[in-house]
Design a protein around this ligand. Structure first.
Ligand code: GLY
Ligand code: MN
Ligand code: MN
Length: 437
């Protein structure tokens, strides 16, 4: 199916069946693949399949559309690119219409160029359409035309197209609970990430550029079979570690710097997401060590708070409480913990959340709270990151000067189990004695 084959074909069939049950007989769902995006001339950005499209189809090509008509004789249709000898000479083989049936289990296939003539026929008998309006202008128009036609046809005994509903909520609710095979894919991505980080931990870092370290890290991912990173690696030395999503990776690492790496190999389209912060020369300064100990303690406390039945935000609250104690010890904040927490006085030093879902996307599908702001309850099979940090950029006012230029984040990937949790990245060292000389 896909590059690393951790998810068997039957799992895709099961996912489609669960999805179609939620769509309901008499309705239709339309899902669009990722698109190739041009960079310049004949050059495209590297293509990666849209994660929700992949989740339900496993079909890896752009310019594809999946249509689901539950309860019909052909519930699963794929529109795909037909074979084209000239294009295939230039850019490589296509799967084609026949193999989209034999290998990807579609009940029928059409050439994507026939979408405008064939899709309306599939929509015609449906009560409602599940489609994310705004994802594809051709399909937006075809659906709009159907609504208008059906409205006008009512006098002649037709029925109106009752509703256009967004299927993303349904797909997200499926994606947020991981199967054992998905956890295995994540674990493989994390194991590869562990190997890459082990190389960097041991590397003599001062004097090298951040992008050289990035290349060494990612070459280990490639060597171990990860074809792509889950997201652009953050390799941030010194003050750059205070920029949360720093990806320029252009600076030279100095003796005495911290080096923050936030990275994840991809395996079978599932992404790891791990952060570690190393002393570049192997030795923490005493200020770096003090901050590191606070962040590590916050992270360990937050991980231990993960269990089924608690809320998505509980690890965040647990981490913040430890960080506030630490910020007081570091002489950054004064006052009662309660007033500091209530007035968000820690925010200049800890300005991001502690967790997000992890899966096919690094910030994976799924809500954190419902429309009434009630936080989601953690359930077995959910995977979330635990990633507290503290950041004291050089230009920040009112903090002891030895803290300036220190940015530390420690991030692990945690599976909610039936009774508690499993830290999938626990084997990646984070204790001070393990990561320093
Ligand atoms: N790697 C991005 C994040 O940790 O959210
Ligand atoms: Mn990360
Ligand atoms: Mn993360």
């Amino acid at each position: 199916m896909s590059s690393n084959n951790t998810i068997p074909r039957q799992d895709f069939i099961n996912r489609r069946n669960r999805f179609m049950k939620k769509i309901g007989d008499g309705n239709i769902a339309i899902l669009v693949s990722g698109e190739e995006i041009i960079r310049n001339g004949d050059v495209y950005y590297p293509f990666r399949q849209n994660s929700s499209f992949h989740y339900l189809t496993g079909f890896p090509e752009p310019s594809s559309v999946a249509v689901f008509v539950p309860g019909s004789s052909k519930p699963y249709t794929l529109f795909v690119r037909k074979h084209d000898p000239v294009m295939e000479t230039w850019v490589g083989p296509r799967i084609g219409l026949r193999k989209a049936i034999s290998r990807y289990d579609a009940n029928q296939t059409f050439d994507i160029d026939e979408l405008s003539s064939e899709l309306p026929k599939l929509i015609k008998k449906s009560d409602s359409v599940w489609y994310s309006i705004g994802t594809n202008s051709t399909i937006d128009q075809l659906v709009t035309n159907q609504i208008a036609e059906r409205r006008d046809g009512r006098q002649r005994g037709g029925s109106p197209l009752n509703a256009v509903r967004d299927p993303q909520e349904i797909i997200d609710s499926l994606r947020v609970i991981k199967s054992n095979n998905e956890v295995n894919a994540l674990q493989e991505a994390i194991n590869i990430t562990a190997a890459g980080l082990a190389n960097i931990e041991q590397l003599d870092k001062p004097g090298r550029t951040e992008y050289e370290v990035q290349a060494i890290l990612e070459s280990e991912y490639r060597r171990l079979g990860s074809v792509r990173d889950g997201f652009p690696s953050i390799v941030a030395a010194g003050n750059n570690s205070c920029t949360l999503h720093y990806t320029a990776n252009r600076a030279r690492i100095k003796n005495g710097d911290l080096l923050l790496l936030d990275t994840g190999a991809e395996w079978d389209l599932y992404s790891a997401d791990v952060s570690r912060t190393y002393p570049a020369n192997g030795k923490f300064t005493s200020a770096q060590k003090d901050v590191y100990e606070v962040v590590l303690s916050a992270q360990q406390t937050a991980i231990e708070s993960v269990r089924p039945g608690t809320t998505f935000y509980e690890p965040h609250h647990a981490a913040v409480r430890v960080l506030i104690d630490g910020l007081k010890d570091l002489k950054v904040l004064k006052g009662t913990n309660k007033s500091i927490e209530k007035s968000f006085l820690y925010r200049p030093f800890y300005m991001h959340g502690t967790s997000h879902w992890l899966g096919l996307d690094v910030h994976d599908a799924g809500n954190y709270s419902d429309p009434n702001q009630t936080p989601v309850t953690l359930k077995a099979g959910m995977v979330l990151t635990i990633e507290p940090g503290l950041y004291f950029p050089k230009n920040i006012e009112g903090v002891p000067k030895e803290l300036k230029g220190i940015g530390i984040r420690i991030e692990d990937d945690v599976l909610v189990t039936k009774t508690s949790r499993r830290n999938l990245s626990a084997a990646i060292p984070s204790n001070i004695d393990e990561i320093s000389d």
